[in-house]
Design a protein around this ligand. Sequence first.
Ligand code: C5P
Length: 235
Amino acid sequence: MITDNPVFCALDTTELGRALALARDLDGHVGGIKLGMEFFNAHGPSGYHALAETGLPIFLDLKLHDIPNTVAGGIRAVLPLRPAIVNVHAAGGAAMMRAAADAAAEAGDARPLVIAVTMLTSLDESDLADTGVTGTPADHVRRLAGLAARSGLDGVVCSAHEIETLRRDLGPDFKLIVPGIRPEGAALADQKRVMTPARALELGADILVIGRPITGADSPRAAADSITRTLSLAA
Ligand code: C5P
């Protein structure tokens, strides 16, 4: 179940104790948490359950990419965990995405949103060319997001700078999940093209994935509260 708070905090750690302490601190102060392969490969379903006990919705960011049957099996295997959101790589193609959506639907009312990763932000135009894809990253993202929508997925992960175009292309119900968010004045770390939470929401983001500005703060809870305050001011 996804709440009104659009902030999902990325818990990028392999340390179970730290993840648990963060989740307990943030419970009620963020809309959910994002767990990636780092955490899940280290702690598996038991680590997941420990965090899920907080009651926070979980975005299980495993970025599945394989043949359709295997991806469907991978999704099916995590359905008992009742994640709020799961994801696959759009580059896996239409049949793979349809198989992922169909597998998720088997959870009925507990169906997670199935989201596609379009193009990793660590890649640039020359990396794309090396993989045989010509054209700009913006065109590639747009093409893959359209394919994800036509394949029955609920949305995509995109950068804040792609929100306007994708919202226009894909309509109001398609979920746009946006990392690379930095509150005014926060350290960029390795993020290059960032946007403030309020601006990203204003442009049409549905979920803001925010990691270090919250997890690296002296008080993660206070940092999360100060972010959500800027959102209610903007609303
Ligand atoms: O700490 P920070 O706010 O930069 O964390 C952002 C989170 O979003 C990380 O978990 C990162 O892996 C993820 N992410 C991203 N850019 C993407 C896709 C995912 O930063 N294009």
